[in-house]
Write a protein that binds this ligand. Structure first.
Ligand code: FUL
Length: 690
């Protein structure tokens, strides 16, 4: 026993001596560098944003501040559901909109009556912030707050008095709910609002009005570990867009003193960071899982698709930014099931993509240069952030070569810098030794905390990673390779108005099979290679299949009808061609509230389809209609009339069938539109008798 123990001790000592980096001096930091709180924040990578308060109940994105607190009334609020959903997705925290621009406070603040205490929720006894903070704690998640500086409800907004109110609100949030990991200050500041009944436009000097240095000091005093987010940081900066994409070149360094919150030229000039930036202010990519930040039932079908979510993931976390993914919690007070389902697809795919680090199956790892003991190339394979490969001080480039035991196939490359000493790399390449020799497979610019590249599938005996330029001796903490199995998603069907059908899937190398007789497609069905003509009405079904894994997608099923090539729009208005272009992203705005079409030939009609406008902000969506048919375009008879029930909340394709009738001319008349605006049509179609 004693003998074994001492042998272990000797072994441990040997390991310690051989890994001890002090045997060769570490590179000097390259300023700016992150502080300890920023370093800890960097590890979080992925956390949830929730927009939930007054706007949820008024169906707005920006409330005016005149809303009645009585409207805030979730029916099944459950902070634990949010926490569980975020936890299951591998997120590390939740940031909640404690107060948005409309000024409604989700906690019983002492500063205003415009809060939850005057709402029906728990008869005014509730405290949503407390429930969320507790749910986060129970699920091991970090808790963060969004407190809008702009307050369209408060009578004193625009005066120094309001700044004091804002600080009291901040103090309440930072003292009553435990530890806060991030405080989020929005850049949207000043404009029209209710302002205690004044109903006016109040502009503020965005740079100076809030006296930010003293507000930041308050956060430091009350929650020293919290990072502060704002356009200009001070600790974490906005990525400059709301679609969740950082840039190919993303520096964590920022010319912080040149920036202020809400600065108009921020996105274009500063949001990618600067190589010579003066302060460490890394980027955070905020994006909503739906088009809106707040819940709107009419966006239930617009939750981002898996390919979109993957693009967001790779373009944020994979580009030296963290990802703050928003859930517009619904009127019940829950993350909607459609959002949960899409999030799960993302989580599962990310887990699959990064399941096995193939770099660990290497036979050898060497570098052409390193700065001495403790800084060898092998450090990039220990999956640790604080051990790294580094070159001597005056050497700004160098290569690491990794040879595999067997030829290895990969399509993802991940690399990380040891950012504690500053972001250094300006350019790098990746080469692979394939059966035909060495070839360049990709190149990039910045790395930072993490860079992930999606590559074409490559099979290699060895790879060579080279830093070709850096601000100072490069410090590479990790290097990894993965094979992400192909995305196998149900094919998308597009058809021109000539009848030419195109089938597509997001990933190359995935096969598509289809049928035109209503049967379920499989590997023995017709294989798709080029667009084909369908000039009649039939049911198209298609499926995608990965030839390597045999994995199969869901089946796409589309009822195609007669092509629109001989159709002519007879009614007046803006862009009539958009009515029958088989493109739902373009709209026809009718002049007389009707769409009239000559089909060119007489058909046995058994119904029609109406696709409402798909724009984020809809206008002129038809809710009440009459549908008329004619043989000669002069004498019309009514084939159907009615309402598109629930089209406001569910603006999807509407299909109306009626007793079959022969006709050559059709007329869809808007009897009512949702907002009273002139009728709009994304697409009009017919259902012919079969
Ligand atoms: C923006 C706000 O104006 C939006 O309403 C939302 O809160 C988003 C995260 O930030 O600037």
């Amino acid at each position: 026993m004693i003998y074994r123990f001492s042998l272990l001790g000797i072994l441990l000592m040997a390991v310690f001596v051989s890994c001890n980096p002090s045997s060769s001096p570490a590179p000097a930091p390259v300023l700016p560098i992150p502080n300890e709180h920023q370093l800890a924040w960097q590890d979080l990578e992925f956390y949830g944003f929730v927009h939930f308060n007054m706007n949820t109940f008024t169906n707005m994105e920006w409330g005016t501040g005149a809303e009645d607190p009585a409207m805030f009334n979730p029916t099944a609020f459950d902070a634990n559901q949010w926490a569980q959903v975020c936890k299951d997705a591998g997120m590390k925290g939740i940031i909640i909109t404690a107060k948005h621009h409309d000024g409604f406070c989700l906690w019983p603040t002492s500063t205003t009556e415009h809060s939850i205490k005057n709402s029906p929720y728990k008869n005014g006894e509730g405290d949503i912030i407390r429930e969320i903070a507790e749910a986060c704690k129970a699920h091991g998640l970090k808790f963060g707050v969004y407190l809008s500086p702009w307050d369209r409800n408060h009578a004193a907004y625009g005066t120094p008095e309001y700044v004091e109110v804002f600080r009291i609100q901040l103090r309440e949030l930072l003292t009553q709910y435990g530890e806060v990991f991030e405080v989020w200050f929005d850049g949207a500041n000043g404009g029209t609002g209710y302002y205690g009944g004044a109903n006016e436009d109040r502009k503020v000097d965005k740079r100076n009005y809030y006296d930010w240095p003293n507000t930041y000091a308050l956060v430091r005093e009350l929650q020293p570990q919290a990072v502060i987010f704002g356009d200009a940081g001070p600790d974490v900066r906005w990525v400059g867009n709301e679609h969740g994409f950082a840039y190919e070149t993303t520096w964590s360094n920022l010319m912080r003193d040149s920036v202020y919150g809400g600065m108009p030229e921020y996105s274009e000039k500063y949001s990618a960071g600067q190589e010579n930036g003066t302060h460490w202010v890394p980027a955070e990519a905020d994006v909503s899982i739906r088009p809106g930040w707040y819940y709107h039932e009419y966006e239930d079908h617009k939750v981002r698709s898996l390919p979109e979510l993957l693009d967001i993931y790779y373009n944020s976390i994979g580009r030296n930014a963290s990802l703050l993914l928003n859930f517009p919690v619904d009127k019940r007070g829950l993350i909607h099931e459609n959002d949960v389902a899409q999030l799960k697809k993302l989580t599962d795919k990310v887990a699959e993509d990064f399941a096995t680090n193939l770099a660990l199956t290497h036979a050898s790892v060497t570098s052409d240069i390193h700065r001495g003991p403790g800084f060898e190339a092998a450090n990039v394979l220990d999956e640790k952030q604080d051990t790294y490969w580094a070159t001597p001080d005056d050497v700004l480039s160098g290569s690491i070569t990794l040879s595999f035991k067997e030829p290895t196939t990969f399509n993802r490359f991940l690399v990380q810098e040891h950012i504690a000493l500053g972001q250094r790399v300006k350019a790098f390449t990746l080469e692979a030794e394939t059966s035909t020799g060495w070839e360049l497979i990709t190149e990039g610019t910045t790395i930072g905390f993490k860079r992930i590249l999606r590559l074409d599938e490559t099979t290699a005996k060895a790879i060579r990673f080279t830093v070709t330029d850096a601000k100072a001796s490069p410090t590479i903490a990790n290097l990894a390779l993965y094979y992400a199995p192909k995305l196998v998603l149900a094919p998308t069907v597009k058809r021109t108005n000539d009848g030419l059908v195109t089938l597509s899937v997001p990933e190359a190398g995935v096969d598509i099979f289809y049928t035109l007789d209503g049967s379920i497609p499989g590997a023995t069905s017709q294989k798709y290679d080029t667009p084909f003509l369908v000039d009649g009405a039939l049911d198209l079904k298609a499926v995608a299949m990965d030839p390597v894994s045999g994995r199969q997608s869901d089946v796409t099923s589309v009822a195609l009808d007669i092509p629109k090539k001989d159709w002519m729009v007879l009614s007046a208005g803006k862009a009539p061609e958009n009515l029958i272009d088989e493109n739902i992203a373009t709209n026809y705005l009718a002049e007389n509230g009707e769409a009239v079409v000559d089909l060119g030939t007489v058909y046995p009609l058994a119904g029609f389809t109406y696709m409402p406008m798909q724009n984020r902000y809809m206008s002129g969506v038809v809710s009440g209609y009459e549908f008329l048919v004619s043989m000669d375009g002069k004498a019309w008879s009514k084939a159907a009339e009615g309402e598109f029930g629930n089209i406001a909340n569910s603006p999807l394709l509407q299909r109306v069938t009626f007793n079959p009738v022969e006709a050559r001319f059709i007329r869809l008349k808007a009897i009512k539109t949702l907002d009273g605006n002139p009728a709009s049509f994304a697409e009009l179609g017919v259902i012919t008798e079969r």
